[in-house]
Design a protein around this ligand. Structure first.
Ligand SMILES: Cc1ncc(COP(=O)(O)O)c(C=O)c1O
Length: 376
């Protein structure tokens, strides 16, 4: 039986085996593990990749969102707009800085933040909301012009969550280069993944980058001179050097993901009731995830489909099954079912299919036929 994992990181590990070992030798022979030349080198290369002036390596995507918010001057008690459909880390980071997430519904077609819903929320929260986090979910860029327009009208700082969108572009502009600051995750399964946790904050302001460098390293300007109360949120030299090896391959891997997405789109056309999440003409996505909708179906039906896929050797995922306004962790905010109908409907219908650069045509055909059989 053809087995199709949801993500397969082994092929990359095999291809890069020798280079990884060289990096390990080089870093361990110097035996200097933090704040070294490997970090600087990676930061410069990643900033260039993102079309940005500066990138600051940090310990995770969650910490990247937190530091990006601090960089954008979000303060305790402020309100920050967050899409209801995202990974919980986006909202957690808002909570970590003492601010309050205010959830916003998404667009039915793309599952991304709805700028019209943001406008309505911004009018309602005028004076207390100071920032918005557009999340380029699944590797698809948000409609940044529409969001920026609302942000400008209401004095909101735009902090991009690009944790799933390394290399995606909107009207030719790379994700991570459009907001005041932007956050990336290098969690292993991301399009650019470390061999453990890691992240980066990007910005076009050298001054802001300097503040972020202080914040990630105990506010330390010179040895034992601490000009800010900071954090222990560093990206380590070994991870940075491994990421540099992988960064050189990223454009090719993203291209392979796009080709796989096109193949899926062609094959899945034949299956009634299945529709890939739409993409805008303004966007060049990088398909961190390949998400389809089982139109008009319930979560229970989708879960039964997933079980049948497992029997056929196909792994799948759901990103995400519970919108953030209905998560127990945010019950204290008082949201109710029905508050964000689009996010709630999508949460029931969405299904993420296997997607990674090395996925083969045979594996994709197997996914499509297993899905058709599971549905009918
Ligand atoms: C949209 C989004 N934001 C933030 C994060 C947090 O990143 P990390 O897991 O590296 O902390 C993730 C990672 O899954 C994510 O997908």
């Amino acid at each position: 039986m053809t087995i199709v994992p949801f993500v397969d990181l082994r092929a990359q590990a095999r291809d890069l085996h020798d280079e990884f070992h060289e990096v390990f030798e080089s870093v361990t022979s110097r035996a200097a593990y933090t704040m070294g030349p490997e970090l600087k080198e990676f930061e410069a290369a990643f900033a260039a990749f993102c079309g940005c002036e500066c990138a600051v390596g940090v310990s995770s995507g969650t910490d990247a969102v937190k530091l990006a918010l601090l960089g954008a001057n979000v303060r305790p008690g402020d309100e920050v707009f967050v899409p209801a459909n995202t990974f919980i880390a986006t909202a957690e980071a808002v909570s970590h800085v003492g601010a309050v997430p205010v959830f916003v519904d998404c667009l039915e077609e793309t599952a991304l933040m709805d700028a019209a819903a943001l406008e309505a929320a911004a009018a309602e929260h005028e004076g207390s909301a100071t920032a918005v986090i557009p999340v380029h979910l699944y590797g698809q860029p948000c409609d940044m012009d529409a969001i920026q327009e609302v942000a400008d009208r209401h004095g909101l700082a735009v902090v991009e969550d690009a944790c799933q969108a390394h290399g995606a572009t909107y009207k030719g502009r790379p994700c991570g280069s459009m907001g005041v600051t932007a956050a990336f995750s290098f969690y292993p399964g991301k399009n650019l993944g470390a061999l453990g946790d890691g992240g980066a904050v990007t910005t076009n302001s050298a001054e802001l980058a300097e503040r972020l460098r202080l914040l990630r390293n105990h506010g330390q300007a010179d040895k034992y001179t601490h000009t800010l109360i900071g954090y222990c949120d560093r990206l380590h030299n070994l991870q940075a050097a491994l990421l540099s090896v992988k960064l050189a391959r990223l454009a090719g891997w993203n291209e392979a993901r796009r080709a796989a997405a096109e193949r899926y789109a062609r094959t899945l056309q034949a299956i009634a009731g299945v529709r890939p999440i739409g993409r805008s003409d303004d966007a060049t996505p990088v398909f961190h995830l390949y998400v389809v909708r089982l139109l008009g179906r319930s979560a229970a039906f989708r879960d039964a489909v997933r079980e049948r896929l497992v029997e056929a050797g196909v792994e799948s995922g759901i990103h995400y099954p519970v919108p953030l306004h209905l998560q127990p962790a945010y019950a204290h905010l008082g949201y109710r079912p029905g508050d964000f109908p689009v996010a709630e409907r999508l949460a029931a219908e969405i299904l993420s299919l296997p997607m990674f650069p090395e996925i083969t045509e045979e594996q994709q055909d197997h996914v499509a036929s297993a899905l058709a059989a599971a549905l009918h």
